[in-house]
Design a protein around this ligand. Sequence first.
Ligand SMILES: [Zn+2]
Ligand SMILES: [Zn+2]
Length: 182
Amino acid sequence: MTPIHVIPLANGGAGGPALNLLEHLAAALARVFRAPCRIRPDIFDVSFALDEGRHQYYSTAILRRMERVCEPGVRVLGVTGCDLFVPVLTFVFGEAQLDGACATVSLARLKEEAYGMPPREDLLRERLLKEAVHELGHTFGLRHCADWRCVMTSSHAVERLDVKGVDFCEGCRKRVFQDRYL
Ligand SMILES: [Zn+2]
Ligand SMILES: [Zn+2]
């Protein structure tokens, strides 16, 4: 299976997401995708993608720039504490290149603190994993799934994220792992 690289992203190239959070994510992604998954040591600077008016970072621009550090045959997942957006939406949890190499996810709106609640590390890890699997699923060519339990169902609110599972439905699973069915 295609190797996955997790890349920490931050403004100014310093102060990326907590390493233990990334380590937990990488171990879980390796299990889900049955693929080697490692964390790249350098923090990727996303200051170029800041929209000063919105105080948010343009995720499509980040993906385009991440292509430069993408090795052939590898999927890269950028993880950031920065709040992401695309112009037509107020925010995105993440974005991916459909059938491409790059995906990104933001912790900003996965944290309970964003909703005025006390922090919950277990819930943050679970939401991050679901969102990461979802975006990486897009890089494997998957579109949104009508099965609300499937990780590929679209979720634009944390409530929706919390009710869906971390797993692919049977149809999505077959498409992701198609090489194993040949
Ligand atoms: Zn999606
Ligand atoms: Zn599905």
